[in-house]
Design a protein. Structure first.
Length: 99
């Protein structure tokens, strides 16, 4: 099961990073693409480094990951709210993605 999960996760994770740069460019244009893309990657890396340590600290303090997963759910909902406020996409795919 672990190998099957790793294969699916690896492809999905790689696909996510493949589409991140074009998505930033389509939403915000290419004029400041490098700055925005770098900022997205920086915060993703910081979260990836701090998240497991924070979750481990929560587990050590409470004996459960429930609080850590609840916090992650809350952060995901905040992210969803922020993404829903993004301006309409620019570029050639905007017409395809428009509702």
């Amino acid at each position: 099961m672990l190998f099957a999960f790793a294969a699916v996760y690896g492809v999905a994770h790689g696909g996510f990073f493949t589409v991140m740069s074009p998505t930033v460019a389509e939403f915000f244009g290419t004029r400041v693409h490098g700055v925005l893309f770098g900022t997205v990657l920086m915060f993703g890396s910081i979260g990836g480094a701090i998240g497991p340590l924070a979750a481990g600290a929560v587990f050590d303090a409470t004996g459960s990951y429930r609080l850590a997963f609840g916090a992650l759910l809350g952060l995901a909902l905040v992210g969803l709210a922020l993404v829903s406020r993004l301006p309409p996409m620019r570029g050639p795919r905007a017409a395809v993605a428009a509702p």
